[in-house]
Design a protein around this ligand. Structure first.
Ligand SMILES: Nc1ncnc2c1ncn2[C@@H]1O[C@H](COP(=O)(O)OP(=O)(O)OP(=O)(O)O)[C@@H](O)[C@H]1O
Ligand SMILES: [Mg+2]
Length: 362
C-alpha cells in the first residue's frame, strides 16, 4: 500500500472516527489512533491479526463481510453493539467501504462511538448532580471531622499501651488513614479545594489501594492487575485518586460479598486513551483506569442517580462513596463512566495527562 505523507498521517490519527482496514481474510492491515483506542491495543497486536481474535465468538458476521468484499458492496449500520472479548461492549455507527489497493481488495471500517455523543449529555447531568453533591458534602464533612479526631486520638492512646510492638503497624495505619481522611475532608470543606498536584505514577496509587484492601476486607477477592507500564506520569493528587479508587473498589468488594459471587474478582486495568473530549475540552492523551468486578451489577433502580449523594442500596450505606469519587475526579478535569449488567460492572476513570498549564488557568 502507498504510505501516506506525514501530514495525512497526522490528520488521520487526529480523527475521532476509528479507521480500521482489513484484507480479504479479515486480517487487520491498518488502524489509526482512534482505531487502536477502540481495540484497546497497539498496532503491533493488531496488524496481521484476524478480526475474530478481538470479538466474542459469533459477534462478527464474517460471512456478511466476505460477501461485501466479494460483491464490492458498501454498507452502513447504525447503533451496532460491538462485543469485544473480555466482556467489553461499545455502541457505534459503522460504515464499511470496499477499497481496491495494489495489494488486493480491502475493507475499510469507519466506526464512530455513539457513547461519545450520549456521554456529553450524561456528562452535563452528572455535573448537575455533582454540584448538588458538593453542597451536601460540605455539610457532612463537619460531621465526619469530629469522630475522626476521636478515632485518631484513641489509636494514639492505644499505641502507647500496646505490649506487642508489632501491632503498632495497625495503629499506625489507623492514624495514617485518619490523617488522610482529615486532609481530604479539609480540602472538601475549604473554598479553595484544588488538588495538590504532582507528577506521579498512577500505579503507585493503585498499589496502595490494593494493599489497603488486602488488610481491610474480610472477603477473599482476587485482585487482578492489568497495568500498562508505559503510561506516562499523570498530574494528580495521589491522595485524592487513591480515595476515589478506594471508594469504587470498596463498592465492588461489598457487592461481591453480599451477592456471594463465586470466584469474586476485581480487575484493575490501566491504558492510555488518545484524543478524548472531557468537560468540553479535548485532550490528546488521557490515562484510563478501569475497575471491573464480576458481581451482581448495579441495581437498575438507582442507575440513573448513582452519583447523587445519599443514593444507596445498602442498609448502612451513606451513599457518598461515588459522589465523593466524582468530586475528586472532577477536580482533576477527569470523568467517570459506568457500565453495568449482572456479572459485570465497570467504572472507568479518565484522567488527562497533558494539563499542566490548563489547570493553572482555572
Ligand atoms: N460495583 C458495584 N456493584 C453493584 N452495585 C454497586 C457497585 N458500585 C456501586 N453500586 C451501587 O451504588 C450505590 C451507591 O454507591 P456509593 O458508594 O455512592 O454509596 P454506598 O456504597 O451505598 O455508601 P458509602 O460508599 O457512602 O458507604 C451502592 O449502594 C450500590 O447499590
Ligand atoms: Mg460505597
Amino acid at each position: 500500500m502507498q504510505s501516506p505523507d506525514s501530514a495525512t498521517t497526522t490528520l488521520i490519527n487526529n480523527l475521532n472516527t476509528a479507521l480500521v482496514m482489513v484484507d480479504e481474510h479479515l486480517n487487520i492491515v491498518y488502524a489509526n489512533h482512534a482505531g487502536e483506542a477502540l481495540f484497546e491495543t497497539g498496532t503491533k497486536q493488531l496488524y496481521g491479526h484476524s478480526l475474530y481474535e478481538f470479538f466474542m465468538p459469533g459477534s462478527i458476521k464474517g460471512s456478511r463481510l466476505k460477501a461485501a468484499l466479494r460483491k464490492g458492496e458498501d454498507f452502513t449500520e447504525n447503533e451496532i453493539r460491538l462485543c469485544f472479548r473480555e466482556n467489553r461492549f461499545v455502541q457505534a455507527d459503522l460504515t464499511v467501504t470496499n477499497l481496491q489497493t495494489e495489494d488486493g481488495p480491502r475493507l475499510l471500517f469507519e466506526l464512530r462511538k455513539i457513547d461519545q455523543q450520549k456521554r456529553i449529555s450524561r456528562e452535563n447531568q452528572q455535573n448537575a448532580q455533582h454540584y448538588a453533591a458538593r453542597e451536601l458534602i460540605r455539610g457532612l464533612a463537619h460531621e465526619i471531622k469530629n469522630p475522626l479526631g476521636g478515632i485518631r486520638g484513641a489509636a494514639q492512646l492505644l499505641e502507647k499501651v500496646l505490649e506487642n510492638k508489632e501491632h503498632q503497624e495497625f495503629t499506625q495505619m489507623i492514624i495514617e488513614q485518619s490523617d488522610r481522611l482529615r486532609n481530604l475532608v479539609d480540602r472538601l470543606l475549604g473554598p479553595n479545594s484544588l488538588p495538590r498536584l504532582q507528577w506521579s505514577n498512577l500505579h503507585q496509587a493503585l498499589e496502595k489501594v490494593r494493599t489497603l484492601m488486602r488488610v481491610d476486607s474480610e472477603t477473599p477477592v482476587t485482585m487482578v492487575r492489568d497495568y500498562d507500564p508505559s503510561i506516562p506520569d499523570v498530574h494528580i493528587d495521589q491522595d485524592m485518586i487513591q480515595q476515589a479508587v478506594l471508594n469504587i473498589v470498596r463498592n465492588s468488594i461489598q457487592a461481591l460479598s453480599e451477592a456471594h459471587t463465586p470466584s469474586p474478582e476485581i480487575r484493575l486495568v490501566t491504558r492510555v486513551e488518545r484524543q478524548m473530549t472531557i468537560q468540553g475540552k479535548r485532550h490528546p492523551l488521557v490515562a484510563k483506569l478501569k475497575i471491573v468486578d464480576n458481581g451482581p451489577g448495579i441495581p437498575p433502580t438507582i442507575r440513573d442517580t448513582l452519583f447523587y449523594p445519599m443514593v444507596s442500596s445498602k442498609q448502612n450505606g451513606s451513599g457518598l462513596g461515588l459522589s465523593i469519587a466524582q468530586t475528586l475526579i472532577n477536580h482533576h478535569g477527569g470523568r467517570i463512566d459506568v457500565d453495568s449488567h449482572p456479572g459485570h460492572t465497570e467504572f472507568v476513570l479518565y484522567l488527562p495527562i497533558d494539563r499542566k498549564e490548563s489547570l493553572n488557568e482555572q
